[in-house]
Design a protein around this ligand. Structure first.
Ligand code: FES
Ligand code: FES
Length: 162
């Protein structure tokens, strides 16, 4: 598979979960495990561009796929707009749920566009649990990150057309 743009190859136990492969074989420990019931969303990564809970699939099921983890979002030492929005809006306390929240939020923008309203954010983040924040700042951060992603996209568009 490709992980964060790099080709990786390994022989794994057929029972190994994708989240275990990322954390244990590749040392990408930004993807967290917060439950054993597929409920918390701390393990969310992107698989071929869409959000998945990496504890709900086997590593072998990602054979040939492109996986992005939280470590793959920042580019050249610059935080992704959604990461920056969580920092700016204090969308975290302990930070344990944050990687999964951010990966889900980026997927949400890809599906609904940058003008996200609060109801859409709350409804679509129902697969991500936070034990600390009360969610208010997370929702604010996701809305701000979505807007920033839209602006970054607009800024890139003229350059892409050149
Ligand atoms: Fe995957 Fe909780 S660890 S949903
Ligand atoms: Fe602590 Fe969400 S910030 S679990």
């Amino acid at each position: 598979m490709t992980v964060n743009g790099k080709a990786v190859s390994a022989e794994v136990d057929p029972r190994m979960l994708l989240v275990s492969f990322l954390r244990e074989a590749l040392d990408l420990t930004g993807t967290h495990v917060g439950c054993d019931t597929s409920q918390c969303g701390a393990c969310v990564v992107h698989l071929d561009g869409g959000a998945v809970k990496s504890c709900t699939m086997l590593a072998v099921q990602a054979d040939g796929a492109a996986v992005t983890t939280i470590e793959g979002l920042a580019k050249g030492g610059v935080l992704h707009p959604m990461q920056e929005a969580f920092r700016e809006n204090h969308g975290l306390q302990c930070g344990f749920c944050t990687p999964g929240m951010i990966m889900s939020a980026v997927d949400l923008v890809a599906r609904y566009g940058p003008g996200l309203d609060e109801a859409t954010i709350r409804e679509n983040l129902d697969g991500n649990l936070c034990r600390c924040t009360g969610y208010h700042n997370i929702v604010k951060a996701v809305a701000a990150g979505a807007r920033a992603m839209g602006e970054a996209h607009m800024a890139e568009a003229p350059r892409a057309a050149e």
